[in-house]
Design a binder for this molecule. Structure first.
Ligand code: ADP
Ligand code: MG
Length: 240
């Protein structure tokens, strides 16, 4: 579903990604972890074509991001993205947050968009909040709305960038529960997260990044079960 091939990226003279290669097969859940500044957000944004890269290529569902002929907005509309900060539209109701891109990008009718949005809102347990504004919801609730909003676009893959790291601890699990459910339903997912409980539960593979490189890329059994490289071990000993 996603094939990242020898991707390198620079900000000026600073190399932020070095020869990154990995793939995510249909239905796989790949957890990306690593120290702050190691390039995790940058890597995941390249998959959504939100960050350009200078070398290599990324193929999403058979479509090359590096190919100048590729319609990037169209590709982006098929890739759901959930960020650390929920980035809901504060001046729109939850209902409208869910409907607007479906109408504007996918050309769905208002009725179709509302119907789909409400179903997804129900699925994340927030149907009763449809008429509220984002500011009236807790952080955990807003993040669940953000997930529902991404799902409303019928994505072929979902990308998450530390979706729980800005939340108060008591709200982390309600968001992880939604993500676990998605994973168990077979959604293809690439998740930057340090929630190793989540990784143990649903990850097909774990990628460990350090200084812009993919240092480990292995099954969760290998990642948690055997001694890894020194940097990964140091990292794990700090967060577990
Ligand atoms: P992570 O998500 O693993 O914490 P990032 O991908 O956000 O790491 O950042 C990787 C490195 O790239 C960091 O050193 C960061 O300072 C740098 N970086 C990120 N965005 C920019 C930018 N727009 N310009 C220059 N450097 C950047
Ligand atoms: Mg980051």
């Amino acid at each position: 579903m996603i094939s990242i091939k020898n991707v390198s990226k620079w900000y000026g003279n600073f190399q932020v990604l070095t020869d990154c290669t990995t793939e995510v097969k249909k239905g796989e859940v790949v957890v990306v972890c690593g120290p702050s500044g190691s390039g995790k957000s940058t890597l995941i944004k390249t998959v959504n074509a939100l960050e350009p890269f200078q070398k290599g290529d990324i193929i999403v569902d058979g479509i090359s991001i590096a190919d100048p002929k590729t319609n990037l907005p169209k590709l982006r509309s098929r890739v759901g993205m959930v960020f650390q900060h929920f980035e809901l539209f504060p001046h729109l109701t939850i209902t409208d947050n869910l409907a607007i891109a479906q109408q504007k990008v996918l050309g769905r009718t208002r009725e179709e968009a509302l119907d789909k949005g409400l179903k997804l809102l129900d699925r994340v347990g927030l149907k009763a909040h449809a008429a509220k504004f984002p500011g009236q919801l807790s952080g955990g609730q807003q993040q669940r709305v953000a997930i529902a909003r991404a799902l409303a676009m019928d994505p072929i893959v979902m990308l998450f960038d530390e979706p729980t790291s800005a939340l108060d601890p008591e709200m982390v699990n309600e968001v992880l529960d939604v993500m676990v459910q998605l994973a168990q339903e077979g959604m293809t997912m690439m998740c930057v997260t340090h929630e190793m409980g989540f990784a143990r539960k649903v990850a097909s593979r774990v990628i460990f990044m350090d200084k812009g490189k993919i240092e480990e890329d292995c099954s969760k059994e290998e990642f948690f079960g055997q001694p890894r490289g020194e940097r990964a071990q140091q990292f794990l000993s700090k967060i577990l």
